[in-house]
Design a protein. Sequence first.
Length: 222
Amino acid sequence: MGKDNLFHRKKARAQDIRRAKAVRAPYEKVLIVCEGKKTEKNYFEEIKSHYELNSTNIEINTDCGSAPISVARHAIELYKKEIKAQKEPFDKVFCVFDRDTHTTFPQAVNLIQGQRPIGVFKAITSTPCFEYWFLLHFGYTQQPFRGTPKKSAAEQLEDHMRSNFWPEYQKKALNTFRDRLEDLPQAKTWAAQILKSSTTTGIVDPLTNVHELVDYLQKIKD
C-alpha cells in the first residue's frame, strides 16, 4: 500500500512539473518553420537555450519539405491548426528558407507577404543560402557566388567559408551560435547595411535578413 501511494505521489509530482513547464512566459508566442532539418534548427535552438527562452513560447518546426513554398504552406497550416484547436494563436510566424536554386522562392515570399493578420508572418530568407549569414561573422562581403555544373552557389559559398575562415564548419554542426557569438554584433550590423542598400541598388545576391529574427529573439523578453 505504501509503495502504491509513493508511486501515485511521484506520478502526480511529474504531472505538476510538466504543467509548470508548459506555462507560457509573459512574452510573445512564436513559430519558426525552417527549411533545414539540422543547420537552421540547431542554430535557433541554441539561441533559445542561450537566452533561456521558454519552449512553450518558441516553437521550432522542420516538418516540411525543403522547397520554400512547402515551408510557407506548412507554417500557414500550423498557424491555422493552433487556432482551430482553440489555443492561443502565434503572435509571430517566421518562415526560414534559402533562395539557392529553388524555383518556388518568389511564390513563397508572395504567399507569406499576403497572409493576415498583417504583421504576423515574415519570410526570413538568404541568398544563396543560410551560410551567407555565417560568412558575415567574418567580415563585410557582397561577393556573389555562382553555381557550376558540379557545385551550386550555396556549395561554393560553403567551400569559400571553410577554406578562408571556418575550416571546421560542417552542415548540421552544433554550437554554431556559441562559436560565433563574439562576432554576432558586427554580423548583424553588416547584414542590416547590405539589406538596406539592396532596396536602392536592387542587388539581392548575396542577401540575408536572418539578423532580423536573431535580433527579435534577443529582445523578446524586453
